[in-house]
Design a protein. Structure first.
Length: 202
């Protein structure tokens, strides 16, 4: 409970910092309430990921494909749900990815990952961005490697057999606790442009 509360407080602190500490950027953002919601939802999503992954830390058997459906799939499904319900694009990305769908999708994302790599204390940030011709704001939030992650993302030779069989181009191994695993990327379209596009389509 305290862990979830701490994440909620962290999310609120990030919003206050960005809106007050970076007014020039904040003026280019969509509704601050929507940004706050995005931060809170991603904190909840990361808490969900961490909680599910904790099962692997003391599991008596090596992870299987079925285990991954129970541990990893719900996080991806929740990200899709957030995208659909809010009109956002919520993705997980990493430089060392296992699923090619999690590769950085543009130069901004590559630079965001590099920024997290260079600053281990940086939890999240957002910036104006244009994605597929749509202007908006993208919120980036780091994902750190936890002990439970090493069951599948530890030494290359210790990866579960199903990973070795199903992901021949796998890059997501040889991590240590505390390393940058990747990030969440949440794209929020500008309200004005979204309204204009909706009106033009009607």
């Amino acid at each position: 409970m305290m862990r979830v509360f701490a994440r909620f407080v962290l999310g609120g602190s990030l919003v206050i910092f960005f809106l007050i500490g970076l007014p020039a950027i904040a003026q280019a953002q969509p509704d601050p309430a929507e940004l706050a919601k995005a931060v809170e939802e991603i904190e909840n999503l990361d808490a969900m990921r961490s909680g599910l992954a904790a099962y692997l830390e003391d599991a008596p058997e090596a992870p299987t494909a079925e285990t991954m459906k129970q541990v990893c799939k719900p996080v991806g499904m929740k990200a899709m749900q957030l995208s659909k319900e809010n009109g956002w694009q919520v993705r997980q990305m990493a430089t060392k990815y296992r699923n090619p769908a999690h590769a950085p999708d543009n130069l901004h994302a590559q630079m965001a990952l590099a920024k997290f790599e260079q600053d281990p204390d940086l939890t999240g940030f957002w910036e104006p961005e244009t994605l597929d011709g749509v202007t908006g704001t993208r919120y980036y939030r780091r994902i750190n490697v936890e002990a439970s992650c090493l069951a599948c993302h530890g030494a290359q030779n210790n990866r579960p057999q199903f990973v070795q069989d199903n992901y021949p181009q796998d890059l997501a191994y040889d991590f240590n606790v505390g390393d940058l695993r990747g990030m969440y990327a949440v794209f929020i379209p500008d309200v004005k442009q979204a309204i204009e596009e909706a009106l033009s389509a009607s």
